[in-house]
Write a protein that binds this ligand. Structure first.
Ligand code: C2E
Ligand code: CA
Ligand code: CA
Length: 735
């Protein structure tokens, strides 16, 4: 069956209306026969009654009726017949001739050919023993059906039926039927059509339905539509859908169905009820469009939007989504959860030394390692760079669970990586924030974990730290500090202290290191460790660095020529591109010879591996400034830097000086640095010398210069007196 019902065939309709006049003709023939039989036997009054009866029957007919003798003369006709052909009662009275009628037809405006054909047909009909039937299309567009029935005694009866309206209705039905057929064809070509009965049994399936479902039509028909249920949608959705369509509402939605081979396909579906005569659904028509490729494109887009392209694990937006879900669940009384922020220690070094693609591989491997090591209740995401985040939920003891996971993470991250034969080890600092019933907003939690991470880093890296309220206070004071610092330069709150550097052989002062201090109006004298990083983060290092250089050069210009001044440079100062000009101006304006200026840079600058940095350093060397590698040994100190870069001096970090007497490795590092430096003609300074024992060991090892509390603490310009320093040195030498 077609979903649109069966279209009646043309011949069948024709038979319906042809059938009626034929029956009438037969009926009239019987009446006439009865009347004629009676004429023979009945009296004149009865005869008149019979004729009246016949006339009444004829006039009550809805069609034109005319009875002819075999020679074409009218026996009897009804008024309707005259009206149909525009003839007066006189023109069709008994005895009137067929030829007169035909002429009258023609003069009434009927087509002469039709009228003549009518005459021929009529005479032929009268001569034939068989009933006949013709359709006469008149010139004015009217269509008459004429049925002829021979009378056994000779002549014939004609019944003329006006079928103009029927013909028009039929023609209109034909057009409509054709339109529907074409529409159905078009629909079948482009969409999936299924019809089910009210119980969900499939009663119609078009080719597209069979094609997409993989079932043959025979397999589908009679089956419940549940056959295609993929299990993707909740039962409640289907209950809702049936409630709607049973209530004659149109249902529209996207459905995931399962094909015969088990694969899933998506269809945009519209279901409408087909109503029976009682206005109740008798079937449901479902029109579907295949949207599988759109759905998979959408899925790909959504996957890309929620995953990190480098590692394939979840990204920041997926993390936020997960945290929002967890927060909502917590508010409804569900599980508590904990957020972990990881920032890798030493990743930058890998990136800078082994290249970005190796760094990327490390990140990808680590991401998989983390994923493998996590439980189902733990969710990992990469936030970007070397930052990862983990959401942990479902722990009975939140804090204990967090400590256990943090320890697991530290171990997982610290396992060595094998990257193209390079054995690389990194660490991670972890900040942890516990979501509580009242403070579980995702943004706030991340901020808290970030503060905790910050502390973990500050406390020496490769460990974890929990957020607590103290941290929150610290963060507000950090904001205060930033705004204070912006004003500090113009208020001249910064000052330089100088720490003397001595020649290890002669014990004579040979220079000073300029160390910045901030005399904060409320917090008092602050050491650089508390504000340099903040200045670097907020862009204030550039103006502050310029002030330090100018101040140090001016101060040093007033000291004896043998005293050099060392100024520490921050990586941030290299970014602006004006560093060389700033230094040159400081030298020119102070009158300090470049040979008396030393610039201390750290490995972090070298790790950035920037051509522009090397160019600036080379320019500075060219004008005679001394370049010092500071804090040697703290970072990823590689002796290869010493050969790659034309340093004039290396400053061994104070941690080595202080480990010298107790740790063999410190002595070994100092010894190898010294032997390499000697070969390259680079001077070596040891800082942080606090005891005579350290000094003696360093001097014996061959260190060129020493600096430390043993010789003098950093102090303001006014307190430094070089003749006194020399006397102190001589006294120490004499002792
Ligand atoms: P640094 O360059 O390694 O400076 C030496 C630090 O060691 C100074 O700390 C100094 O006071 C301290 N020190 C000196 N002798 C001893 C000792 O015998 N024992 C111990 N335990 N420490 C000693 P300070 O002044 O707090 O500076 C800390 C760091 O801040 C500096 O480390 C440097 O990296 C940075 N810094 C200081 N001034 C400046 C500056 O003007 N510009 C830049 N960019 N950084 C600066
Ligand atoms: Ca330094
Ligand atoms: Ca140092």
């Amino acid at each position: 069956m077609s979903p649109f019902g069966n279209f009646p065939e043309a011949s069948a309709t024709a038979l319906t209306w042809i059938g009626a006049p034929l029956t009438i003709v037969a009926l009239i023939a019987i009446i006439i026969r009865i009347v004629k039989t009676q004429q023979l036997a009945l009296s004149a009054s009865s005869l008149a009654r019979s004729n009246m009866l016949l006339q009444t029957v004829l006039e009550s007919m809805p069609h034109g009726v005319c009875m002819f003798e075999s020679n074409g003369g009218i026996i009897v006709s009804n008024k309707h017949y005259g009206e149909m052909y525009g003839l007066t009662p006189g023109q069709i009275k008994p005895g009137a001739k067929l030829t007169d009628i035909v002429n009258a037809h023609i003069s009434a405006g009927f087509c002469p050919q039709n009228a003549e054909r009518y005459q021929e047909d009529c005479l032929a009909g009268a001569a034939s023993p068989h009933p006949s039937y013709i359709v006469n299309e008149l010139g004015n567009g009217d269509v008459y059906a004429i049925s002829r029935q021979p009378i056994s005694s000779g002549g014939l009866i004609e019944v003329h039926q006006d079928i103009t309206d029927i013909r028009m209705t039929e023609a209109w039905a034909d057009v409509t039927r054709q339109e529907l057929i074409e529409m159905q064809f078009a629909i079948d070509q482009s969409v999936i059509v299924a019809v089910t009965d009210v119980h969900g049994r499939i009663t119609y399936a078009n080719d597209n339905f069979c094609k997409i479902s993989g079932y043959s039509r025979e397999e589908l028909l009679g089956q419940n539509h549940r056959l295609l249920n993929s299990g993707h949608h909740p039962e409640a959705m289907f209950r809702d859908m049936y409630r709607q369509i049973a209530g004659c509402e149109v249902w529209r939605g996207e459905l995931c169905n399962r094909a015969k081979d088990g694969s899933l396909y998506w269809v945009d579906t519209v279901i409408t009820a087909q109503l029976g005569l009682n206005g109740k659904p008798i079937a449901y028509i479902a029109i579907r469009i295949d949207i599988t490729s759109r759905k998979s494109a959408e899925a790909r887009i959504s996957y890309a939007a929620r995953h990190d392209s480098l590692t394939g694990i979840a990204n920041r937006s997926a993390l936020l989504e997960r945290m929002d879900e967890a927060s909502a669940c917590l508010r409804r009384g569900g599980d508590i959860f904990t957020i972990f922020l990881l920032d890798l220690d030493g990743f930058k070094y890998v990136n800078d030394t082994l290249g970005h693609s190796t760094g990327d591989r490390l990140l990808a491997e680590l991401a998989h390692r983390l994923k493998r090591s996590l439980r189902e209740t733990e969710f990992v995401a990469r936030l970007g760079g070397d930052e990862f985040a983990i959401v942990q939920s479902g722990e009975t003891d939140q804090r204990e669970g967090a400590v256990a996971l943090a320890a697991r993470l530290l171990e997982t991250v610290s396992e060595p990586f094998d990257l193209d034969g390079h054995h690389v080890t990194i660490g991670t600092s972890i900040g942890i924030a516990l979501a509580t019933d009242n403070g579980s907003d995702s943004g706030e939690l991340l901020k808290r974990a970030d503060l905790a991470l910050y502390r973990a880093k500050a406390e020496g890296r490769n460990n974890f730290s929990f957020f607590d309220e103290e941290l929150s206070k610290e963060s507000t004071s950090r904001l205060q500090l930033i705004s204070d610092m912006r004003a500090a330069l113009s208020r001249s709150e910064f000052e330089l202290h100088y720490q003397p550097v001595f020649d290890a052989k002669t014990s004579q002062p040979c220079g000073v290191e300029a160390l910045v201090r901030w005399r904060h109006p409320v917090m008092g004298l602050m050491s650089p460790d508390r504000f340099i990083w903040l200045a670097e983060e907020t862009g204030l290092m550039e103006p502050l660095g310029q002030w330090i250089l100018e101040r140090a050069c001016l101060d040093a210009a007033s000291w004896p020529d043998t005293i050099k001044v060392a100024v520490n440079l921050s990586v941030a100062q290299f970014r602006s591109g004006t560093l060389f000009d700033v230094i040159l101006c400081a030298l020119v304006e102070s009158g300090l010879p470049p040979e008396r200026l030393e610039l201390e840079i750290t490995e972090t600058l070298l790790l950035q591996n920037k051509q522009s940095h090397s160019v600036i350093i080379q320019q500075l060397k060219n004008i005679g400034v001394t370049i010092v590698l500071d804090d040697f040994g703290t970072g990823y100190a590689s002796l290869s830097y010493l050969t790659m870069f034309p340093f004039d001096k290396i400053k061994i970090d104070k941690s080595f000086t202080q480990g010298l007497s107790s740790r063999v490795d410190c002595a070994a590092v100092i010894a190898s640095v010294l032997s390499l430096a000697r070969g390259l003609d680079i001077a070596v300074t040891a800082e942080g010398v606090e005891t005579n024992e350290q000094f003696e060991l360093l001097r014996a090892a061959g260190v060129d210069q020493v600096q430390g509390y043993l010789f003098g603490r950093p102090s303001p310009m006014a307190e430094i007196n070089f003749p006194t320093l020399e006397r102190t040195a001589q006294a120490r030498e004499a002792a």
